[in-house]
Design a protein around this ligand. Structure first.
Ligand code: K1U
Ligand code: ZN
Length: 178
């Protein structure tokens, strides 16, 4: 496994639409998903799309780092990795929910985005099996944010032009001092 570099705005790849995975879930693809997960944990983040490490294919990893109620305060959250190959949203609720989103490709910028509160998903998992499931809460928010990445859309594209331009300028400045 390896930690890969995460690309940040205004990298042109972040605007690219990612291609579906052909030929199912192979060992090579699982190795890429392992790298993505390690990169996401290292960042740290709760989701990552393959395009964020420069791979324009429709693959997402996620771990919402939910803590069971009975877990001692000093214990780390148990790992609950999720893998999505060729994910599709097959239904979205009319009801919306708002979340203060962040993005590893737009570091240190957070803002509210309104999205459908519940979605039904279809995807292939780590074993290459087809899964259909409904989700809500942070899971629904995060999968929609990551699916936006697969379509070349960033959370700042849901904001005003003024806020978007400010976000890009802030990241450019951060990179200059790093
Ligand atoms: O860049 C990304 O796509 C990952 C992004 C996912 C996300 C966060 C919030 C709402 C929607 C999607 C992040 O993980 S940003 C970092 C973050 O949220 C976080 C980091 C450490 C602990 C907990 C959360
Ligand atoms: Zn993101």
């Amino acid at each position: 496994m390896a930690i890969r570099d995460i690309i940040t705005v205004p990298h042109p790849l972040l605007k690219q639409v990612s291609k579906p995975v052909e030929g199912g879930v192979t060992d090579e693809l699982r190795a890429l998903m392992d790298d993505m997960l390690e990169t996401m944990y290292d960042a740290p983040g709760i989701g990552l799309a393959a395009i964020q490490i420069g791979e324009p294919i429709r693959v997402i990893v996620m771990d919402l780092q939910e803590r069971p109620d009975d877990l001692p305060e000093d214990a780390p959250a148990p790992k609950q990795p999720r893998y999505f190959v060729n994910p599709e949203i097959i239904w979205a609720s009319e009801e919306l929910s708002t979340y203060d989103e962040g993005c590893l490709s737009v570091p240190e910028v957070y803002d509210e985005v309104k999205r459908p509160a519940r979605v039904r998903l279809k995807y292939l998992n780590y074993q290459g099996e087809e899964v259909i499931e409904e989700c809500d809460g942070l899971y629904a928010t995060c999968i929609q944010h990551e699916m936006d990445h697969l379509n070349g859309v960033l959370f700042i594209d849901h904001l005003s032009k003024l806020k978007r331009d400010r976000a890009v300028t802030k990241v450019k400045k951060l990179k200059k001092v790093a």
